[in-house]
Ligand binder design. Structure first.
Ligand code: SAH
Ligand code: SF4
Ligand code: F3S
Length: 466
């Protein structure tokens, strides 16, 4: 494992803090993309707050703006450029420092476009997050534009300050990067190769979260269930906890933590030891994300997903046999290049068979530099939309069908607060991420309560406390 303890970089935190002393400065941060980016933003915020800035939710009242970007689909780009246009006035009026970081900054054509057409102070990538204090220092002191991007995989940085968004649930990144190169996907190009964090560091972090009162942990990575695979294969893994199954078992032992989730796993890495660990570990959620992407074997092959329709369905059956209460969520892409109507029907077929509790549906989006972008038979936009709507309709039918199974059952609900749509009702989620509303007092917020489900309303369930 290539691991680095930071100290030099953190000296800049103190330098910037001194410059900012007594100025009452504010920062605004916008995170796009996945939970890994959210977790990175928590680290960026941790550093920024130590440098003397306080969080503002009003961009117009901020002295430092950070956009942590995503590039997994095209709409993310449109969103960023829209924002950069808006923020120009703020920069001119107040001298606000504009920092743009994250996955999109690992794409050269995007950085070139920003440099040419937009105002900014700092551009930083996914491998240089820990340099942020130094970059900010240089931007302030030298008043010049900073670009801090690395094309090689960054080391795993331990010991960054972190400002968590929530006080009950926390995310813990266990690995960086991805080696799968699904042909539609940009992530391996912007996040680099798979590298796992030391299990001791992960366990230490979870223990400290438990001590701070956190109840739910989500282990994060682009392919979590291949945790330590690369290190094992290279023979550079000198720890007993050398697999995802073992890591789950170790985290399950940590006192105080009540629920463990993980995202995203890959179907190819659901080996028996992983399924057994999910089964045996009482705290590990039995609601599993199992990204399908497509239900058709030819399309799956073209996507480089390395499983067939049949293998996917067999895996679902095996997991159901080993863990009867298991439920699934999934990701699906419609309109991958060359996908025919018939092939798309296979996706609907798998959805009907597995009866996913939750489906994240995406319209295929061309990503520069990926193999699928060069495929000739791109599906026309109107056909992609027709397929998307078909899948969405099926999903909505399925939601109601699945909801019915909850009626008269007792669910353990982590109470999140009052419902936004009805301030008299408390709200929380089932283990399977379904919203449940029920009557109760505010002292239940933050606790896990037994709630009996009494009715279903498509996007939420009604229940009563027992
Ligand atoms: N590593 C995770 C998540 C990757 S990004 C995984 O494999 O599950 C989250 C989802 O975005 C993917 O699962 C995929 O469904 C979707 N996605 C990725 N690239 C896409 C593209 N080019 N167009 C549309 N959806 C895409
Ligand atoms: Fe992208 Fe595939 Fe890696 Fe997920 S597993 S990040 S979809 S390349
Ligand atoms: Fe987006 Fe980067 Fe996550 S591209 S989905 S923020 S890893």
């Amino acid at each position: 494992m290539v691991k680095k303890e930071i100290n030099n970089e953190l000296e800049y935190i103190e330098k910037v803090r001194k410059i900012n002393e007594g100025k009452n400065l504010k920062y605004y941060i916008l995170t796009m993309g996945c939970q890994l980016n959210e977790n990175d933003s928590e680290k960026i915020s941790g550093m920024i707050e130590q440098m003397g800035y306080t969080l503002s939710d009003d961009i117009m009242d901020s002295d430092l703006v950070i956009y942590n970007t995503c590039c997994v689909r095209e709409n993310a780009e449109e969103k960023l450029f829209g924002k950069l246009g808006e923020v120009k006035k703020l920069k001119e009026a107040r001298g606000t420092i504009i920092a743009i970081g994250g996955c999109m900054m690992q794409e050269k054509h995007i950085v070139d476009k920003i440099k040419k057409s937009y105002k900014y102070d700092i551009i930083f990538g996914t491998h240089t997050l820990h340099n942020f204090p130094k970059d900010l220092y240089n931007a302030i002191i030298e008043n010049k534009k900073i670009t801090d991007i690395l094309d090689i995989d960054g080391e795993i940085i331990e010991g960054l300050p972190i400002k968590r968004n929530d006080s009950i649930r926390a995310s813990v990144t266990i690995m960086n990067g991805c080696n799968n190169f699904c042909t539609y996907c940009i992530v391996p190009y912007v996040r680099g190769r798979e590298r796992s964090r030391d299990p001791e560091d992960i366990i230490q972090e979870v223990k400290s979260l438990a001590e701070q009162g956190y109840k739910e942990i989500t282990l994060l990575g682009q392919n979590v269930n291949s945790y330590m695979r690369v290190e094992r294969e290279k023979g550079i893994c000198n720890t007993k906890i050398n697999s995802f199954a073992k890591l789950l078992r170790a985290v399950n032992e940590i006192e105080g933590i009540e629920k463990i989730r993980f995202i995203s796993p890959h179907p190819k890495d659901f080996t028996d030891d992983v399924i057994e660990a999910i089964r045996d570990c009482s705290k590990v959620s039995k609601f599993i994300h199992l990204p399908l992407q497509s239900g058709n074997t030819r399309v799956l092959k073209a996507m480089n997903r390395v499983y067939t329709k049949d293998e996917y369905l067999k895996l679902v059956d095996k997991m159901k046999n080993m863990i009867p209460e298991i439920k699934f969520s999934t990701d699906i892409i419609v309109g991958f290049p060359g996908e025919t109507d018939e092939e798309f029907e296979d996706t609907l077929d798998v959805v009907n068979k597995v009866k996913f509790e939750q489906i994240f549906m995406f319209i295929y989006s061309r990503r520069l530099g990926t193999p699928a972008d060069k495929m000739e038979e791109q599906v026309p936009e109107n056909i992609k939309h027709i397929r998307f709507d078909k899948l969405k309709n099926l999903y909505e039918e399925l939601v109601v069908e699945n909801n019915k199974e909850y009626i008269n059952t007792i669910q353990k609900i982590l109470v999140e607060g009052y419902s936004k749509t009805n301030a008299n009702l408390l709200t929380g989620r089932t283990d399977t991420n379904k919203v449940v509303v029920f009557e109760g007092k505010s002292d239940l917020i933050g606790k896990i309560e037994d709630v009996e489900i009494i009715s279903e309303h498509k996007w939420y369930l009604k229940g009563k406390l027992i």
